[in-house]
Design a protein around this ligand. Structure first.
Ligand code: G3P
Length: 223
């Protein structure tokens, strides 16, 4: 399962990219606004693109098919490898179909149930983003819904890649991997938290202390 960062924060992307585990970045209007409400979206996206090199999803804000397709073409002028993020609404499906006919990659976002995922796949989506945290927020089980979706996917050998999104906890990442999501897009803090373990830090410190002790002994022997 690939890991993307779900953010528009430049320093977080730079840091995670240096870890060598980042396959892409997903953004949305809320994430861009959170970093800077006055942000120049085009400039910020181009800056992110220069850091990532891999997948980068950029979301449209139109809600009509023609507007979404027009925006998609504008975004592709910013950088030609863009994946266009489209909301899971009927007009969005129409846009996905048209973009797919032009071989433009799309990521259908705000998916909460298997039929929405199936419809997005059938419209030609390259990626379908299932919002785990927001499913849990309404008292439903995100893992049960993701399991239904991946079950359908592997039964029918469907083409879209499943992105587990709205990830809030390390457990969401583990569930996504166990259930067969292709990608998890993870906020920086959750990713960092998932990579840390107190026994790892303790173990590193122990190795360093033992090495230092050994060097002291060697120095003593050499007189
Ligand atoms: O990838 C979707 C994500 O940005 C939404 O996350 O935590 O606002 O539900 P959240």
């Amino acid at each position: 399962m690939q890991i993307y960062l779900d953010t528009a924060n430049i320093s977080h992307i730079r840091e995670a990219a240096a870890w060598g585990i980042l396959s892409g970045v997903t953004t949305n209007p809320s994430l861009l606004a959170k970093e800077d409400p006055n942000v120049d979206v085009k400039e910020r996206i181009r800056e992110i693109h220069s850091l990532v090199g891999g997948h980068l999803s950029v979301e449209v804000i139109s809600t009509e098919t023609d507007g979404m397709v027009r925006e998609a073409h504008e975004i592709l002028e910013w950088f030609p490898e863009a994946t266009i993020k489209i909301p899971m609404i009927p007009t969005g499906l129409g846009a996905v179909k048209r973009l797919s006919d032009e071989n433009i990659p799309t990521n259908v976002t705000l998916i909460f149930n298997p039929v929405q995922a199936l419809a997005a796949n059938n419209a030609g989506a390259t990626y379908v983003s299932v919002f785990l945290g927001r499913i849990d927020d309404i008292g439903m089980s995100s893992s049960a819904i993701l399991e239904e979706i991946t079950g359908i996917w592997y039964t029918h050998n469907l083409e879209s890649q499943i992105i587990a999104a709205s990830i809030r906890t390390p457990l969401h990442i583990i569930e996504s991997a166990k259930l067969g999501a292709h990608i998890a897009t993870v906020p920086y803090n959750t990713l960092k938290q998932s990579l840390q373990h107190p026994l790892t830090d303790k173990g590193v410190q122990l190795f360093l202390d033992d090495y230092a002790k050994m060097q002291t002994e060697i120095a003593k022997l050499k007189g």
